[in-house]
Design a protein around this ligand. Structure first.
Ligand SMILES: NC(=O)c1ccc[n+]([C@@H]2O[C@H](COP(=O)([O-])OP(=O)(O)OC[C@H]3O[C@@H](n4cnc5c(N)ncnc54)[C@H](O)[C@@H]3O)[C@@H](O)[C@H]2O)c1
Length: 427
């Protein structure tokens, strides 16, 4: 019999409410496991579940006891467990196909999602696909123009009736901005909870510790890593308040392979993306113990056809204007120098032309489009995958780095990867 100690009103008072319904789902996991493993596991879990229900004078038999009607009990039992009680339940669970408990969020309709960097690329496509599936969305971006276009595209596709989409100008590397974004969205969506957080905003830049300005390096790091951290912190109370929740952090294939080619310094971005991956994976145990209904995924795209080349230069220069200003041209020259190029032989007009061509090819030559990437990400979330690799190139490099980690940064390794993946980046 489960002791009262595990069922007190204590430590979990602040924790989000989990329902007895979810206990059924856990029990289902045990049934699955029971077919492969020791039968005692299921019986032990079932009796614990039964005891939880009985301790609150509930009918525990809705599903597994044929003598009782199969009414589903929606009683908020789990919210009344102490953390010791949750731990006891958790310890009885086997390593399941999902990463930290609960059930996958198979359906996003009727949910509320927050998307950072919704004004372009994968963020925009995530917003469009979430909205098309009936999920309310609050997005932020530094580009009001980009978000206006995302809104226009959603409206043109036909908004589900009554669905709320809001846009908020906010820089994810700035904590007051992020907190204002949260407060604005809470007011405009009239909610104290969200179900999905897509930490998607990111930029490149600051490749070299030697050649690039420290300010450029830190802008990249503070957005790609700091933005994920600050936004997670700001929205955590709203995720905890939901009955199911999922945090989706966009890292990169540079979150496990710190390179885009042997001659291209790539330090700030890689450091940040490794941090995002490490943070996300470490959250699994934290949430398992302290917020078991929040699931996590780390997204690791390969080369995706987006405007990140252009947008990164804008965000680095704190401008949303088209065309390159003197500071942006100087930044491109520095980048060329960091890769051993002689930038002095090009005029500013040459640099502008070359940049435009590189940005255009980044979109057209990518093996995966932004829309395809968003579908892969959403499918991964619904299937509750911890690691969501996006694109054939990401899958190839994942395999290659595991096979040969000692040589992952050698020119010959890159040539093999580029040949197999059809890459030209970093040349
Ligand atoms: N495109 C790729 O090949 C690729 C590959 C791996 C990972 N990623 C990652 O995917 C994510 C999305 O990138 P994308 O390719 O769609 O780029 P994108 O430039 O098309 O979209 C990113 C959006 O984020 C916004 N943004 C940038 N800094 C911001 C900030 N500080 N605050 C708020 N918004 C900000 C930009 O204005 C832009 O609208 C990024 O984290 C990126 O690092 C991209």
């Amino acid at each position: 019999m489960l002791s009262r100690k595990l069922l007190g009103q204590g430590a979990l008072n602040e924790n989000p409410v989990l329902t007895l319904d979810r206990a059924y789902e856990y029990t289902e996991d045990w049934v699955d496991w029971d077919t492969h493993g020791p039968g005692t596991a299921f019986r032990k879990y079932y009796s614990l579940y039964y005891d939880i229900a009985r301790s609150f004078d509930l009918d525990p038999a809705a599903r597994y006891c044929p003598d009782y009607p199969a009414a589903r009990l929606q009683t908020r039992v789990w919210s009344r467990l102490t953390s010791e009680g949750v731990r006891a339940v958790r310890q009885l669970r086997p390593f399941t196909r999902d990463n930290n408990g609960g059930t996958p969020m198979k359906d996003v309709s009727g949910k509320i999602a927050v998307v950072t960097g919704g004004g372009s690329g994968m963020g925009r496509e995530l917003v469009r696909q979430l909205v098309a599936e009936g999920c309310a969305v609050a997005m932020c971006d530094v580009s009001a123009r980009g978000m206006a276009e995302t809104m226009r595209l959603c409206a043109a596709a036909g908004l589900p009736q009554g669905l709320r989409i809001t846009a908020h100008v906010a820089d994810v590397s700035n904590e007051p901005d992020v907190q204002r974004f949260r407060d604005e969205m809470a007011a405009q969506h009239a909610t104290d909870r969200i179900h999905l957080l897509f930490n998607n905003a990111g930029i490149s830049g600051g490749g070299s510790m030697i050649v690039n300005e420290r300010a450029e390096w830190e802008r990249t790091f503070n957005i790609c890593w700091g933005g994920v951290y600050l936004t997670t912190r700001a929205f955590l109370p709203m995720l905890r308040a939901a009955d199911e929740a999922h945090i989706v952090n966009t890292s990169s294939m540079n979150g496990f392979w710190a390179s885009v080619g042997p001659d291209t310094p790539h330090t700030a971005y890689s450091a940040a993306k490794f941090a995002v991956k490490g943070f996300t994976e470490a959250l699994i145990a934290d949430f398992r113990m302290n917020a078991p209904h929040i699931k996590v995924s780390v997204v690791m795209p390969g080369h995706i056809g987006t405007g990140i080349r252009d947008n990164s230069l804008k965000v680095q220069a704190f401008t949303d204007a088209d065309g390159l200003n003197a500071a942006q041209i100087a930044q491109i020259r520095t980048r060329m120098a960091s890769m051993g190029g002689d930038a002095s032989k090009y005029s500013d007009a040459d640099i502008e032309r070359m940049h435009a061509e590189r940005a255009r090819r980044f979109v057209t030559d990518a093996p995966t489009t932004a829309a395809e990437a968003a579908t892969i990400i959403l499918d991964g979330v619904k299937a509750d995958h911890l690691r969501i690799l996006v694109g054939s190139d990401a899958r190839i490099i994942d395999r290659m780095v595991r096979e040969d980690p000692d040589h992952a940064y050698e020119p010959e390794f890159y040539e093999r990867f580029a040949a197999e993946a059809g890459w030209y980046l970093g040349r």
